[in-house]
Ligand binder design. Structure first.
Ligand code: BGC
Length: 512
């Protein structure tokens, strides 16, 4: 992977000589493994909550409702707040942990934050696998959530800071690729463990989370911190040596100078949170760091990721066929992420978000139509449906997932990690992680209830949101392809709307 030299002169006058070294590629791949943790978790809970032995042990009332009461309205079959709490407790914990992680990341660096993420995750996995009471189950999920909060706070920033800016998109998308691989592995594990007739397969599924935890734990021991983080913590000499190593050249003066300047500016900001929330010139970053993750979740992607097996069962698939369908959507998710790996730095972020948005909107609406066709508003199968119906449902869900996987999936993490200046970067990333977790929690917690209430209309609701966010991207999201991370202020200054926020005094002049 040791690629050629690059020295690109931008309009802004930036020139950073360097190579795409094997070292930096390897470093990024190892760090991206942090995404495995998150992905495994997303994928595992849906399958586990559709396994009878698990339901019998921890959620007997849901089991009785699902297994014995055939007359129940199909839309309401799995509606249990306790069951959803199992899935969603993780995201509340991640939300809170990401704020703590922001301080750890600023004070002790990205590497330590990743290591701690792996550690919490390991404890959570062990507790879940050994659970004999629902409290152990929920406590385990909370520990996993803390792990996710730490990993998602540090990994995207790590990747954006260490990658040469021309390849930043590609390397950052590796995080999302790892998430999708984590989800797929979880889906396959569930499919296999469900076949264990003794009924302890769910323990293997939940305990399996220890594997990605160990991967990130061990990887983080071998990683260097990022040059920005080292400079920010007063280790400039070390940063210079590291920069030479990762760029594969001796002349790193230009990049080092920009990093040192960014760090100097950042030191003048005593309270990054106050600055981010109060200073007008950071409003664009604050607004995008808030809206992008919110929109990512309002696509409704996690309805498919968490509840695909349950959803397919609701649609009349048998348990194993449901888990198999989840494996199929998981594989599509991984495959389509490669489109983004290839296109993000070549064609830019916006074209992917716009194309993905249009496809998602159309296919989400089709899914709504298909579900409505089968169950109408009563939730009772009324029509005799053709054989091809099941294939059509799975196909539409696959196109929806593929469109998400090359657009909002990776870019929902990439764009927020690359738009903020160093002085508020960790704080802004916490906003992103916490908003993402808040809306992941909300979707997980209310989906089964709202499905019971809004029926197939729920999918129309998501389609409408995708339409709105696609318009938002068109007007308000600037293109950030090929812009060095420390030069991002140029992007805001040239944007038709955000430039109105740019004529403010610098943070150094602010007394915050
Ligand atoms: C999102 C997750 C989602 C996953 C699906 C991620 O970018 O943050 O919520 O489950 O993509 O691949």
């Amino acid at each position: 992977m040791a690629g050629g030299n690059f020295m690109v002169a931008d309009e802004g006058g930036c020139e950073y000589p360097g190579k795409l070294t094997r070292y930096v590629a390897l470093t990024c791949i190892m760090a991206a493994m942090g995404g495995l943790i998150f992905g495994y978790d997303i994928g595992i809970s849906g399958g586990v909550t559709s396994m009878d032995p698990f339901l019998k042990l921890f959620f007997p009332s849901v089991y009785r409702k699902e297994a014995l009461d055939t007359s129940t309205n199909q839309y309401c079959k799995f509606d249990s707040q306790l069951l959803t709490l199992f899935t969603s407790s993780l995201y509340v914990a991640a939300l809170i942990a990401s704020f703590v992680a922001s301080f750890v990341s600023k004070k002790h660096g990205r590497k330590v934050t990743m290591f701690l993420g792996g550690l919490f995750f390991l404890f959570g996995a062990v507790l879940n696998a050994a659970a004999v009471h629902i409290s152990m189950l929920i406590l385990g999920r909370i520990l996993l959530g803390v792990g996710v909060g730490f990993a998602n706070q540090s990994v995207p920033i790590y990747l954006s800071e260490i990658a040469p800016y021309k390849y930043r998109g590609t390397f950052n998308v590796l995080f999302q690729l790892a998430i999708t691989v984590g989800i797929l592995i979880a889906n396959i594990v569930n499919f296999l463990t469900n076949k264990i007739s003794a009924g302890w397969g769910w323990r293997v599924s939940l305990g399996g989370a220890a594997v990605p935890a160990l991967v990130i734990l061990i990887s983080s021991l071998f990683l260097d911190d990022t040059p920005s983080s080292l400079i920010q913590r007063g280790k400039s000499e070390e940063a210079e040596q590291l920069l030479k190593k990762i760029r594969g050249v001796d002349n790193v003066d230009a990049e080092l100078k920009d990093l040192v300047e960014a760090s100097e500016a950042s030191k003048k900001v005593q309270h990054p949170w106050k600055v981010l929330l109060r200073v007008r010139k950071y409003k664009p970053q604050l607004i995008l760091s808030t809206l992008i993750p919110t929109f990512q979740q309002l696509t409704g992607i996690n309805v498919v990721m968490f509840y695909a097996p349950v959803l397919f069962q609701t649609l009349g698939f048998k348990a194993n066929a449901s888990l198999m369908s989840a494996v199929i959507t998981g594989a599509v998710n991984v495959g389509a992420t490669f489109i983004s790996v290839y296109c993000t730095d070549r064609y830019g972020r916006k074209v992917l978000l716009l194309t993905g948005g249009v496809l998602m909107c159309v296919f989400q609406a089709l899914v709504a139509g298909l579900i409505g066709w089968k169950f109408g508003t009563t939730g009772v199968v009324a029509t005799v449906l053709p054989q091809s119906y099941a294939i059509l449902v799975v196909l539409c869900i696959c196109v929806f997932v593929a469109a998400f996987a090359f657009s909002w999936g990776p870019l929902g993490w990439l764009i927020p990690s690359e738009i903020s200046p160093l002085e508020v970067r960790s704080a802004a990333q916490s906003v992103t992680v916490s908003m993402n977790m808040l809306f992941t929690f909300a979707v997980a917690q209310v989906f089964l209830k709202v499905l019971c209430w809004m029926k197939f209309g729920l999918f129309i609701f998501f389609a409408a949101f995708v339409f709105i966010m696609t318009l938002f991207v068109y007007f308000y999201v600037p293109e950030t392809k090929n812009i060095p991370i420390e030069e991002m202020s140029r992007v805001w200054g040239e944007h038709w709307y955000w430039k109105n926020y740019m004529d403010e005094q610098s943070p150094a002049e602010e007394v915050v």
